[in-house]
Design a protein around this ligand. Structure first.
Ligand SMILES: [Zn+2]
Length: 255
């Protein structure tokens, strides 16, 4: 008996701990991630989307304590866009995936805050946020009101609604058509609600390429790279195949 108990204790002691990711970890994972070959995937647009009936998304409230961050966000927007307002009038919709595969840990990471890059001026503690998280089962969680600026994609946060999709890689995301479909319904709903045209639907990797790809890109904070992300912060989410599916769908089925 005693031996068994001891063995169990040893097992418990050596079991790998559940990883706890911070926003800084996610940021560095996204910067490092190199898309793998998608040759085994249905890279071609799935025509079945065209015959689906659009559902009005159910935005499930899972709000971050954003009111507590008002002063922090005012300072953030003053630094990045010389406009300290925290209110948002959305004209862009920016798509992301999380790199981690668990919505709870993403929410907790946002809530905890982290040291984030502050242009070419080192790092500053703050709270990264996005408006929505679309979970692997297609559920849509709302973390911030749409009339409030988030900090999910610097360069466009003064204008964009940011949407995270839970996925570790682009192939992982594309393997769940119900989640992809849920994101299409959300984008369509927001385009209609805020009168945003197809050119306003952008990818985080396009934002990272800067003003030549996303003309609204703005960052007064980084005097070394005022018009794009420095190479070490380049993004690949949510990937070119996802964006081509989304754009094909919107072109064939406009809001
Ligand atoms: Zn992103």
């Amino acid at each position: 008996m005693q031996k068994t108990a001891l063995a169990m204790l040893l097992l418990a002691a050596t079991a790998p701990a559940q990883p706890v990711y911070t926003n800084a970890d996610v940021s560095s994972m996204k910067a490092r991630y190199v898309p793998r070959s998608t040759s085994r995937l249905p890279a071609r647009y799935p025509n079945e989307f065209d015959s689906r009936t659009v559902q009005t998304p159910k935005y499930i409230p899972w709000m971050l304590p954003y009111q507590e961050w008002t002063e922090e966000y005012k300072a953030y927007f003053q630094r990045h866009s010389h406009d300290p307002r925290v209110e948002l009038e959305p004209t862009l919709i920016c798509m992301h995936y999380t790199v981690t595969d668990n919505a709870q840990s993403v929410w907790e990471g946002f809530n905890r805050g982290c040291y984030m890059s502050n242009g070419n001026k080192g790092a500053v503690f703050g709270h990264v946020s996005t408006h929505l998280i679309i979970d692997k089962d297609g559920s849509v969680y709302q973390l911030l009101p749409f009339n409030r600026r988030c900090t999910g994609a610097y360069g466009v946060n003064h204008k964009a609604i940011s949407i995270e999709m839970i996925a570790t890689t682009e192939p992982d995301l594309l393997s769940r058509l119900h989640q992809v479909w849920s994101s299409f319904c959300v984008v369509k709903d927001l385009m209609k609600r805020y009168n945003i045209g197809p050119s306003g639907v952008i990818a985080h990797y396009e934002v990272s390429q800067g003003v030549s790809v996303v003309p609204d890109y703005l960052d007064y904070n980084d005097t070394e790279y005022p018009d794009r992300y420095p190479a070490k912060y380049f993004r690949s989410d949510p990937g070119p195949t996802y964006m081509s599916w989304l754009r094909t769908y919107l072109q064939k089925n406009p809001p």
